[in-house]
Write a protein that binds this ligand. Structure first.
Ligand code: ADP
Ligand code: MG
Length: 155
């Protein structure tokens, strides 16, 4: 069913996190970002990997960009840049490593968007993942073009 990308989604296990990432791949457009927050081990990279694999191939190698800060992918119909800004030293550095260019011809997945000190892409979906018992909870907050958007998901 079509659900609005707004509000809380309970994610019982890793597969549920991956299913959410894959479902969001269908709704993501050029010029937009998905910003992932949550503590280490929350599942930010798990969600990002599933989203990237949905856009590329199921076996796509999706290394963590912890040290490289960004990895680029050519999806079918959409290119996507995967940023992990944990080690970023200033918000300016994100623009030096190509955040703006990435949004010109593709979409961006951003882990640790806090490092941008509020200089966030306007058209974005914020996803805050919290650990809840054995599982997780994802809180989706749409901004700009994401406001009111739905996506196909069985929650
Ligand atoms: N919904 C979930 N319920 C339980 N475990 C999950 C869930 N989603 C992901 N995980 C697990 O939590 C860990 C998340 O790791 P990772 O995605 O690298 O987190 P982060 O990038 O936020 O640091 C993985 O071991 C993954 O299997
Ligand atoms: Mg991570």
């Amino acid at each position: 069913m079509i659900v609005e990308a707004d509000g809380d989604f309970r994610l019982d296990d890793e597969d549920a996190t991956s299913a959410l990432g894959a479902a969001l791949a269908e709704a993501l457009r050029v010029g937009e970002a998905i910003c992932l927050t949550g503590p280490l081990g929350a599942g930010k990279s798990t969600l990002a990997r599933a989203l990237i694999r949905a856009l590329t191939t199921p076996t796509e190698d999706v290394p963590s960009p912890t040290f490289t800060l960004v990895q680029f992918y050519e999806g079918e119909g959409l290119s996507v840049a995967h940023f992990d800004l944990y080690r970023l030293t200033s918000a300016d550095e994100a623009y030096e490593i190509g955040l703006e260019e990435a949004l010109e011809d593709g979409a961006a997945l951003i882990e640790w968007p806090e490092r941008l000190e509020g200089r966030l892409p306007a058209d974005r979906l914020d996803i805050e993942i919290t650990i809840e018992g054995e599982g997780r909870r994802a809180r989706l907050t749409p901004n700009g073009a994401w406001e009111g958007r739905g996506f196909e998901f069985r929650s």
